[in-house]
Design a protein around this ligand. Structure first.
Ligand code: KG4
Ligand code: ZN
Length: 340
């Protein structure tokens, strides 16, 4: 089955052609990073307008790269949430229009669920369920018990900032460019992760839940002085910025890994799947290996950590096999679409 997937939840216009849920024939990502850089984050209205400009050329490019035409497609898939409403609407409208015009079924999938699928897309048969799903993106931080695709139980989430958002904000405090995650990773490579002693957030009622806003504020006050503001001048030496990046990254990732390993143990999960933009971080992968060399882990392969449409098309294949029916055209873009 050939699935054309569309992803436009945030600031990437992406289209991919995937065969039978795992074989990627093309995976085109048209990034808007340069458009949003001057604003230090995604400017939603500009994102929507750029999706309008790019959606058709990106569909064309994905078809050309896969060496097929629209006639060969069996199913149209789209991420219909969660995300920015204006951005989502472009992808959802494009998917419905293609479906109607070509008289082919269409299906909406959850963007966050697709991030987890990205980790197992090419190794599905190797996963031992129940598995622990760890979502680490710009908008979500969540631990889930997975009994299979589409069978999830929420274990813990963040009570404030998402981990990716925290990386972006710390990067901004350090005057690094957007998106901040990769910049922090780069700068941290030359820093000492024990130079500053940052401590992770503790959530009273659920020790597996996350809180990153206290850590972010601690970084702010260390860099800009007690009660300092983002605009204040540096209270540390320029040279110490790399130690901030390394110490912050170590603190956030140790917290993430320790809680993930505890959750896996408590919920009898033999494997852990990581999904979302932050899973692209190589240091995270190394640190996990150091903390537990034996647990079976699944990470998205190259190009599948950040927002992409291959994970949308791949997951849609399984959803369609399960339902065997097209979604209704009443299916709407949903900025807060829950995973369960
Ligand atoms: O999944 P994603 O592409 O978009 C959302 O669904 O949010 O994740 C984007 C997030 C951003 O916060 C970005 O800074 C972070 O992922 N990120 C990273 C790295 N690459 C991207 N964070 C840490 N290290 C990285 N190498
Ligand atoms: Zn994402």
């Amino acid at each position: 089955m050939l699935v054309l997937g569309i992803e436009s939840t945030c600031d990437e216009t992406a289209v991919s052609i995937v065969k039978d849920g795992s074989e990627i024939l093309s995976n085109v990502i048209s990034s808007q990073v340069d458009l949003h850089k001057p604003y230090g984050g995604v400017f939603p209205e500009l994102a929507s307008r750029s999706h309008i400009d790019k959606i058709i050329p990106t569909i064309d490019e994905a078809l050309t790269k896969a060496n097929i035409t629209l006639d060969n497609i069996d199913l149209i898939a789209v991420a219909h949430g969660p995300g920015l409403i204006g951005s989502l609407l472009i992808g959802v409208t494009a998917a419905k229009t293609l479906s109607l015009a070509l008289n082919k079924p269409f299906i909406g999938v959850n963007h966050i669920e697709a991030h987890l699928y990205a980790a197992i897309m090419n190794r599905l048969h190797e996963v031992t369920f129940p598995a622990l799903g760890v979502v680490i993106s710009g908008g979500h931080t969540m631990l889930l018990k997975m009994s299979g695709i589409g069978k999830y139980e929420k274990i813990a989430t963040t009570i404030d900032d998402a981990i990716g958002e925290c990386f972006d904000k710390v990067a901004s405090i350090l005057n690094l460019s957007y998106p901040g995650g990769p910049e922090i990773e780069k700068l941290a490579q030359s820093g000492d992760n024990s130079y500053f002693n940052f401590t992770p957030g503790v959530v009273k009622d659920n020790p597996l839940s996350f809180s990153f806003s206290g850590l972010k504020t601690k970084v702010l006050y260390t860099v800009k002085g007690q009660n300092g503001l983002k605009e204040s001048s540096l209270a540390i030496e320029e040279e110490e910025k790399k130690h901030i990046a390394a110490s912050f990254q170590y603190c956030a990732f140790s917290d993430l890994i320790d809680k993930s390993l505890s959750a896996a143990k408590q919920h009898n999960c033999k494997s852990i799947l990581f999904g979302g933009g932050v899973s692209n971080n190589k240091y995270l992968r190394e640190l996990l290996k150091q903390k537990d060399p034996s647990i079976q882990t699944f990470w998205p392969t190259l190009g599948l950590s950040l927002d992409n449409a291959a994970m949308i098309a791949g997951l849609a294949y399984h959803k369609f096999l399960e339902k065997n029916i097209s979604d209704s055209y009443y299916l709407e873009a949903d900025p807060r679409l829950p995973i369960l």
